[in-house]
Design a protein around this ligand. Structure first.
Ligand SMILES: C[S@@+](CC[C@H](N)C(=O)[O-])C[C@H]1O[C@@H](n2cnc3c(N)ncnc32)[C@H](O)[C@@H]1O
Length: 204
């Protein structure tokens, strides 16, 4: 339906990530890039794209298809020496930040964004309240329908996965605290999308 090789809840929100890329974007970074599907899509919206993932298997799969303006690096984005600070006009992280402490993840990601650049985080959280369960329940028929239309819900083999330990409200509170001025939206298919712009002075 979309030209993607597979569909799942992360791929579903790639459109939201791509829509947040500002025109004329120079250098972009996709953190926790997995098999590189989003990085390859970003290549049409940015001059140069880097995908980073700490999994050797994910980087091996990503490098199997590598257009000219995309490169893939096997590294841990939490390692301050692995990637240049303040170098990326656009940074995305899809289903990645829950693999570590939220504060540490956001600290590392904001450090990578260039002054005047943008960070987009797509993440997952746990249900805690009745409202959480109701919203998640509403997503179920939509997810099933979309999965059927896309030939099932699938992803790359051997992709490292983790469960989120934070509730929706905890993520929302932490996002607003750590990323002042960010736009946080909970979306139907069990993901939130946060968009944050770094000031030209390099602050929030
Ligand atoms: C659930 S997968 C999501 C992959 C991809 N973003 C997607 O949406 O399909 C999470 C990925 O983040 C990577 N990852 C987790 N923590 C990382 C870290 N500290 N540094 C680099 N990659 C990391 C994992 O290896 C894994 O490939």
């Amino acid at each position: 339906m979309t030209g993607d090789p597979y569909w799942n809840h992360n791929v579903h929100y790639h459109r939201a990530v791509l829509a947040a890329v500002l025109d004329g974007c120079g250098v972009a970074l996709d953190v926790g890039c997995g098999d590189g599907l989003l990085a390859r899509k970003l290549a049409a919206r940015a001059e140069q794209v880097t995908g980073v993932d700490r999994s050797p298997e994910m980087i091996r799969q990503a490098r199997a298809q590598q257009p000219g303006n995309v490169s893939f690096v096997q590294a841990d984005y939490l390692d301050g020496a692995a990637l240049p600070a303040g170098a990326y006009a656009f940074v995305s992280a899809v289903a990645v930040v829950h693999h570590t402490r939220f504060e540490d993840a956001i600290g590392a990601l904001t450090r990578l964004v260039a002054p005047g650049g943008r960070l987009v985080v797509v993440g997952l959280a746990r249900n805690h309240t009745l409202r959480d369960w109701l919203i998640s329940g509403c997503g179920l028929p939509v997810s099933r329908l979309l999965a059927r239309l896309h030939g099932g819900k699938r992803g790359p083999a051997d992709m490292p996965m983790e469960k989120s330990t934070m509730h929706w409200a905890e993520v929302r509170e932490a996002a607003h605290r750590l990323l002042p001025g960010c736009r946080y939206r909970r979306r139907l298919l069990w993901r939130y999308v946060v968009v944050w712009d770094k000031t030209q002075q390099g602050g929030p």
